[in-house]
Write a protein that binds this ligand. Structure first.
Ligand code: MN
Length: 477
C-alpha cells in the first residue's frame, strides 16, 4: 500500500463516498454497480504506489464525464492538483479531438507521445491513471459485446501497451498486451500460449540442470545472487515470430534465466563467469547497462550454448534495475518519494535517476510548446510512434499504420473482406485515389462493392506486409 500513508487518509475516504454517490444507480456491462470500476482503478494505483492525489483522481476519473459532479466541485474539495488530473484524464478520453487540435501549433512530425503529454497538460500522472483505467477495462472485457471487445482490444494493443512500454512498466505491458491479443486473435493466442507451455515443459529438466551448474559456479566465486526462469509473453512471441518469418528456430529466448545481483560490478562479473562456463553466441550479447534502452531499461543479455548443446538466454541485472523494468515509472514515484511533476512545476530540479531524465525533458518541452515557445523537437529522443501515423474510421476508431501507408493498407487492416472489394476511398470526406498517401489524423472511408474483385495491379498500391499478404491470398483464390 501507499508508503506515505499507512492509514487511509480522510481525503481518500471522502473521494470514495463522493464517487459512490455520484455513480449511484449506474451499472457496468458486467452487471456490477459502476463504482466497482473506479474502486478497481484505485486499487491498481495503490498497488503501483502512486501518490495520494493520483489515487484520488483515479477514484474520481469518470465522474466529470458521466455524473453530475463538476470539475469545480472537485477543485473545491480536493484542490488544484486533483482537479487538474481528473480534467486531464477526461480530456484524454477524447484523444482524437485533442490530437487534431494540436496540429495547429505542432509540426506534423511531432511524436505522438509528446502529443499525448501536451494533451494531458504535460503531467505524466494523467497517463498513469489512464493506464490503470485501461487495465481494469481490459481485465473485464469479457462482459462486452464482441465488436466492442475487439475495438478496445485493438486500441489497447496499439496505443496503451506501447505506452506502458515507453514508461518501462514491463508487467503492465505484458498484461495489457496478452489480454488484448487474446481478444484480437483468440486462435493465435491459444496456439502460442500452448506452444510456450509445451516448450517450457520439455525444457524444464534441462533448465534445472543449467540452473544448478550456473549456481554452483557463482557460489564458488562468492557472488550474492538469485536465479529464476522468466517466461516469454504470448504477444511478444507473436511479434518476434512475425519478424523472423514464423521461424521458431530463430527464437532463442522462449525461456530465459534471470540472474539478479546486488550491484553493477557483480552484473559484469556474472556475465564473465557465464561466458567461461558456456559458449556465448555470436552477436547476441547486449549491454543495456552501459547503453540503456530508450525507456530506461537496463540489463545484460546474452545467449549461450551449454555443454549439452542447449541454447538459453540469460538476463543479468541488479534488484533496482529489475524493479524498474517491471514497474517502470510507477516504481520511480515510490523510490523517489516525490512527485516529479509538481517539483517540475515549482521549478525545482527533481532528483531523478538518469534513466528517467527523458521525462523531465519531455515535460519541459511540452510546457514550452504550450506557451507557444519554440522547442527543438529533434533533440528529444522520442520515437515510440515516430514511424507511425494515426488515422480514423468515419466512426472515430483509431488505427495506426506505418508512415507512407496507402488507402488499401488501411482497408486490409480493417478486414480482408473490405480490402478485397474496394472501389474507392474518401479521405476527410472528399473522394480521393488509391495512390494518395495517408497522413496523420486523416479520416478514411473505404467504399466497397460486392461486385468488385481484387486486382493484381493493387500490389503496387500497398506498402504494408500485412495487406500484401492478404491481397495475395485473395488473388490465389
Ligand atoms: Mn474509466
Amino acid at each position: 500500500m501507499n508508503a506515505k500513508s499507512p492509514e487511509k487518509s480522510d481525503r481518500l475516504k471522502t473521494a470514495v463516498s463522493l464517487a459512490t454517490v455520484a455513480h449511484a444507480g449506474q451499472l457496468r456491462k458486467t452487471g456490477e454497480p459502476y463504482i466497482s470500476h473506479p474502486l478497481a482503478v484505485k486499487k491498481i494505483l495503490e498497488e503501483w504506489n502512486m501518490d495520494e492525489d493520483t489515487i484520488i483522481a483515479g477514484v474520481l476519473h469518470d465522474t466529470v464525464e458521466d455524473t453530475n459532479l463538476t470539475l469545480e466541485e472537485i477543485r473545491a474539495e480536493f484542490g488544484d492538483s486533483v482537479a487538474f488530473l481528473v480534467d486531464g484524464v477526461t480530456k484524454l478520453g477524447k484523444v482524437r479531438e485533442n490530437m487534431k487540435s494540436l496540429d495547429t501549433y505542432l509540426p506534423e512530425t511531432t511524436d505522438n507521445f509528446l502529443r499525448l503529454m501536451i494533451a494531458t497538460g504535460s503531467d505524466v500522472r494523467v497517463l498513469i491513471i489512464k493506464l490503470a483505467d485501461r487495465l481494469h477495462n481490459a481485465r473485464t472485457l469479457a462482459a462486452l459485446p464482441p465488436a466492442k471487445q475487439k475495438k478496445i482490444a485493438l486500441e489497447t494493443l496499439e496505443i496503451f501497451a506501447p505506452l506502458a512500454d515507453r514508461l518501462n512498466m514491463g508487467l503492465l505491458r505484458v498484461e495489457l498486451a496478452d489480454l488484448a491479443f487474446s481478444y484480437v486473435d483468440p486462435r493465435r493466442f491459444e496456439y502460442l500460449k500452448n506452444l510456450i507451455e509445451t516448450t517450457n515443459k520439455s525444457a524444464e529438466q534441462d533448465l534445472k540442470h543449467i540452473k544448478s551448474e550456473v549456481s554452483a559456479l557463482l557460489k564458488k566465486e562468492k557472488l550474492d545472487f538469485t536465479i529464476s526462469g522468466r517466461i516469454k509473453s504470448v504477444y511478444s512471441l507473436h511479434k518476434k515470430l512475425a519478424k523472423h518469418n514464423q521461424n521458431m528456430g530463430e527464437i532463442y529466448d522462449l525461456t530465459a534465466l534471470r540472474i539478479i545481483v546486488p550491484d553493477v560490478t557483480s552484473c559484469y562479473l556474472a556475465l564473465g563467469l557465464l561466458h567461461s562456463l558456456y559458449v556465448p553466441m555470436n552477436g547476441r550479447i547486449k549491454d543495456y547497462i552501459a547503453m540503456p534502452k530508450q525507456n530506461g531499461y537496463q540489463s545484460l543479455h546474452t545467449t549461450v550454448i551449454t555443454k549439452q548443446k542447449k541454447i538459453v538466454e540469460f538476463q543479468i541485472r541488479t534488484r533496482e534495475m529489475h524493479e524498474y523494468a517491471e514497474r517502470g515509472l510507477a516504481a520511480s514515484f515510490y523510490y523517489n518519494e516525490q512527485k516529479l511533476t509538481e517539483n517540475y512545476k515549482e521549478g525545482k530540479i527533481p532528483h531523478l535517476p538518469t534513466n528517467l531524465l527523458w521525462i523531465t525533458e519531455l515535460q519541459e518541452a511540452a510546457a514550452k510548446l504550450k506557451e507557444g515557445k519554440k522547442v527543438d523537437l529533434k533533440k528529444l529522443r522520442l520515437n515510440l510512434f515516430a514511424d507511425k501515423i494515426f488515422v480514423y474510421t468515419p466512426k472515430g476508431d483509431i488505427l495506426d499504420l506505418p508512415k507512407g501507408s496507402l488507402p488499401l493498407d488501411f482497408a486490409f487492416r480493417l478486414h480482408s473482406e473490405i480490402g478485397g472489394h474496394v472501389t474507392g476511398v474518401k479521405i476527410n470526406g472528399k473522394m480521393s485515389n488509391l495512390n494518395r498517401r495517408l497522413e496523420q489524423g486523416d479520416v478514411v472511408e473505404i467504399l466497397t462493392s460486392k461486385n468488385q474483385i481484387p486486382r493484381a495491379s493493387w500490389l503496387d498500391k500497398i506498402v504494408t506486409p500485412h495487406a500484401r499478404q492478404k491481397l495475395k491470398q485473395l488473388l490465389r483464390q
